[in-house]
Design a protein around this ligand. Structure first.
Ligand SMILES: [Cu+2]
Length: 324
């Protein structure tokens, strides 16, 4: 149930073998030539080359595949270390972005808890500016996290995870627009006490990158690397339940959406209820909005996905599911 990516991933390293992927998918080159993937892929991975390990490590690793859901356990404490670093990251091959990061990546680490778990967030500001971490969802106001934590300082946040759903976390230091646009955000999955049905689960956080500081994004990326899923499709088995945790954290564009080709899906907005809110093929999300979507792909083949703000798709946010 766990790993169904294009390419093979060496456990714990995030390294991806594009060659193994190409063996399994001889039509890969044609996918890379799709018009929506051209701007990034042609200046990026360049045909059949393996993706650089540093890019694979960023996009894959633990960002795409959530850890398994766990049954509730009274008194369980989940300790999470989050540190802020202000450092350049590579957001496409050869494209550097002067990011502010949680744990040296954009988006920050994918966190998972079960409703009622106590989250103990150990925060460290290693940056030059004041930062913090503010979680969406329900918690006591004393742990809301909007207060600035000075450069070099630490803070601890403690609260019970809830409600069940998908919640963003992000820096709330001023100006918040800048701190989010620089990359300080991530996703928290909170599982309900009775777990959702077994599924092939993937987390996709949509990012926008303003490389030249003109207030407009030049690149868009699911999980931080533009063009990645155009080149390396996400493999899923035909007919089996797929669950996506979708979060839009793009700054500078009023909305973004997730559109799936050739199939429709159930939408659970914010994931806070167990009955779907709608059945569609496009779900639109403003910044910090999120949705859990579920579908089954009925036949072998490639199913494209992308924001239907197509400039985002053309600048790195188009990808594929490969049903096998
Ligand atoms: Cu900040």
């Amino acid at each position: 149930m766990r790993l169904l990516l294009g390419g093979s991933v060496a456990a714990g390293t995030g390294l991806v073998s594009g060659r193994a992927h190409a063996d399994a998918y001889p039509d890969d080159a044609s996918a890379a030539m799709h018009p929506m993937s051209v701007p990034v892929v042609q200046s990026g991975y360049g045909g059949n080359a393996d993706p650089p390990a540093r890019l694979g490590a960023n996009a894959l690793d633990s960002l795409l595949i959530p850890p398994p859901a766990e049954a509730p356990k009274p008194g369980r404490v989940r300790e999470v270390s989050l540190w802020v670093n202000e450092r350049p990251i590579e957001v496409a091959e050869g494209k550097s972005f002067a990011a502010w990061t949680y744990n040296d990546r954009v988006p920050g680490p994918l966190i998972r808890a079960t409703e009622g778990d106590e989250l103990l967030i150990r925060f460290q500001n290693r940056g030059m500016h004041p930062h913090n971490v503010h979680f969406h969802g329900r918690h006591t106001v004393s742990q809301d996290g909007w207060q600035p934590i000075p450069s070099g300082a630490t803070e601890t946040y403690r609260f019970r995870a809830g409600p069940a759903g998908l919640h963003p976390y992000h820096c709330h230091a001023l100006p918040v627009s800048q701190h989010i646009a620089k990359g300080l955000y991530g996703a928290l999955i909170v599982d309900p006490p009775t777990p959702r049905p077994p599924a092939h689960e993937f987390s996709l956080v949509l990012c926008g990158f303003d490389l030249d500081g003109d207030g407009r994004n030049e690149l868009y990326a699911w999980n931080g690397v533009a063009g990645f899923f155009a080149r390396f499709p996400i493999k899923v088995p035909v007919g089996e339940l797929v669950r996506l945790y979708l979060l839009n954290m793009v700054s500078g564009d009023p909305v973004a959406s997730f559109h799936l080709h050739a199939e429709t899906f159930d939408v659970y907005r914010t994931g806070t209820r167990l009955e779907p809110d709608e059945h569609t093929d496009v779900v639109t999300l403003a910044q910090a909005e999120r949705a859990i979507v579920e579908f089954r792909l009925p036949e072998r083949g490639r199913y494209m996905f992308h924001p239907h703000q197509v400039h985002m798709a053309e600048r790195g946010a188009m990808g594929w599911f490969s049903a096998i």
